[in-house]
Design a protein around this ligand. Structure first.
Ligand code: ATP
Ligand code: MG
Length: 180
């Protein structure tokens, strides 16, 4: 499974629609301070369902929408899509390509889509569970996270190992069935 490309429109500093294509196994994003590198990793976590505005470096969810400059007006919505190749079916859906999209308007709620079909955040969480890709997964390691992992409580470290070893899905299913 590979993240093939990401499309960003109206998210943080990305006013116009851009598409980043990751054609090589290892890609680096470089640029001056404040040019938007971290905004790209925020965008990835956001599509995967990040709900914590603090971890997205804002004070309210609206802060992820392009807020305008002295030349450009603020936009009314932000949208980010991730395109994964799923030939090996790591993501448990029948498609060999999976597109995940999240859109938010200034007026409120987020909309989520899997391959252009509307879905719930829960559906996105579930299909990425145990792939290591979820917003809590270990595939996105932000600045300072390594220190956090090494020094955090043993229960927090255990969570990371549970996700990596593929048992968090079963824990989740058990919790869900106990709710019923
Ligand atoms: P560094 O190298 O310092 O880590 P960076 O490339 O990671 O920099 P980011 O933190 O991704 O930079 O980008 C910060 C920029 O994004 C700031 O200029 C900030 O004004 C802009 N920005 C953040 N949110 C918005 C928004 N909602 N609308 C417009 N611009 C925004
Ligand atoms: Mg940065």
């Amino acid at each position: 499974m590979k993240l093939q490309s990401i499309e960003i429109q109206g998210f943080k500093s990305f006013k116009d629609k851009i598409k980043l294509q990751f054609n090589k196994p290892i890609c680096a994003i470089v640029g001056p301070n404040g040019s938007g590198k971290s905004n790209i990793s925020d965008a990835i976590r956001w599509v995967l369902g990040e709900q914590s505005v603090k971890s997205l470096r804002g004070s309210k969810m609206e802060d992820v929408i392009f807020s305008g400059t002295n030349k450009y007006k603020p936009l009314n919505f932000a949208q980010v899509s991730l395109n994964f190749d799923n030939i090996e079916k790591w993501i448990p859906v029948e498609y060999s390509e999976v597109n995940i999209t999240r859109r938010v308007f200034r007026t409120g709620e987020s909309e989520y889509y899997i391959n252009k079909k509307p879905c719930r955040l829960k559906d996105i969480r579930e299909i990425f569970m145990d792939t290591g890709i979820g917003k809590e997964g270990y595939s996105i390691i932000g600045q300072g996270r390594i220190d956090e992992i090494l020094s955090s409580k043993s229960e927090d470290r255990r969570f990371i190992f549970e996700e990596a070893s593929g048992i968090s899905k079963y824990k989740y299913k058990k919790e869900e069935s106990l709710k019923k």
